[in-house]
Design a protein around this ligand. Structure first.
Ligand code: KG4
Ligand code: ZN
Length: 343
């Protein structure tokens, strides 16, 4: 069976084709991605209307690219999967609309996928796929959650952020430091030449005893330091503040992940979402988990941020388990706000 997957929830248009055997691991045949980062950079963040329009421009050329690379025709596709939510309503509508229209033309069914389930299952695209059950640390631009995952579709929330997401904390702090959007990777780069102990930044809720998070106070503390440094901070001061900010975010993520692992007694951690690309986070999680006999799985670096492969993979794993609600009626609804695990 062949699954074509579309991702269009935010600022990346992703398309991928996956081959799904009856049993055994689904295989990624081809994928293509267009990032809108350079388009939104001038505005310092994602402009939803521009995002939707760009998805419209990109989705069909990317689909042609994927089909050509895989050597398959569109008529070979058996199921068309798309990101149904959460995300920007207009952006989601593009992917959903194209998927449903294409499926209607081919007389094939569609399958709406939860974006975070895509992230969560993205490590199954790597050669070293995890086994269930595991604890998942989902760290993206909009979400920060720790979950117990017993199988596809069996997600139990252990803790989440009460305010900003970890990616948001990276992005907002980076903006305060005058770095371009999206700030996470830029802040991480600047942090390389800084001293993580130079600034004493808060670790909100570090000692709450629960695997939940808060990042809003950290952003305020970074703002205070930026103001204190004045109009012309030195390169070293900026690097030090970037390194100290990253250290605070990473410490919170590591400590709370360890707490969730301890609470569940599980010995496997899966890290997914854009912030999972952060090298310092990976380094510190690896070191802390190795000491405790815990295996850590990451998606491949290129698959940490949004992509079509993770959507096609989530669909493939659902199809293999007979858990997919396939639609054929040509109707669709996107879900801009949608909690993972909610019906
Ligand atoms: O998962 P993702 O691509 O999109 C959402 O679903 O939100 O995550 C994007 C987030 C952004 O906040 C971005 O700054 C952050 O992931 N990010 C990073 C790194 N790469 C991406 N944050 C820290 N370090 C990185 N290397
Ligand atoms: Zn995402």
């Amino acid at each position: 069976m062949l699954v074509l997957g579309f991702e269009s929830s935010c600022d990346e248009t992703g398309v991928a084709l996956i081959e799904v055997p009856q049993t055994g691991a689904p295989r990624l045949l081809a994928q293509a991605l267009h990032s809108q980062i350079s388009m939104h950079q001038a505005y310092g963040g994602v402009v939803p209307e521009l995002a939707s329009r760009d998805h419209i421009r990109r989705v069909l050329p990317l689909t042609r690219e994927v089909l050509a690379e895989s050597g398959h025709a569109l008529s070979d596709v058996d199921v068309i999967a798309y990101t149904q939510g959460p995300g920007l309503a207009g952006a989601l509508l593009v992917g959903a609309g194209v998927a449903v229209a294409m499926a209607a033309a081919l007389d094939k069914p569609t399958l709406g996928i939860h974006h975070l389930e895509g992230h969560l299952l993205s490590p199954f695209l790597s050669a070293d796929a995890p086994e269930f059950p595991f604890v998942a640390l989902l760290v993206s631009g909009g979400h920060t959650q720790l979950m117990r995952v017993d199988d596809v579709g069996q997600y139990q929330m252990l803790g989440e952020t009460i305010d900003d997401a970890a990616g948001e904390a990276f992005d907002k702090s980076a903006k305060l430091l005058g770095l371009p959007y999206p700030g996470g990777p830029h802040l991480a780069k600047l942090a390389l030449s800084g001293d993580p102990k130079a600034f004493d930044l808060p670790r909100p809720m570090l000692k709450s005893g629960k695997p939940d998070f808060s990042f809003a106070g950290l952003k305020t503390a970074v703002l205070t330091q930026v103001k204190r440094l004045g109009d012309a901070p030195s390169d070293q001061q900026r690097a030090d503040l970037a390194a100290s900010t990253q250290a605070a975010i990473v410490e919170l993520l590591v400590r709370k992940s360890l707490l969730a692992l301890k609470e569940t007694g599980l010995k496997r951690l899966v890290v997914a979402g854009g912030v999972g690309a952060n090298a310092s986070l990976r380094e510190q999680l690896n070191a802390s988990c190795a000491k405790r006999g815990i295996r850590v799985h990451y998606p491949e670096l290129s698959l940490c941020t949004d992509n079509g492969a993770m959507i096609a993979m989530a669909a493939a794993l659902r199809l293999q388990r007979g858990m997919a609600t396939l639609e054929r009626d040509g109707a669709f609804a996107v879900r801009p706000r949608w909690t993972l695990g909610a019906a």
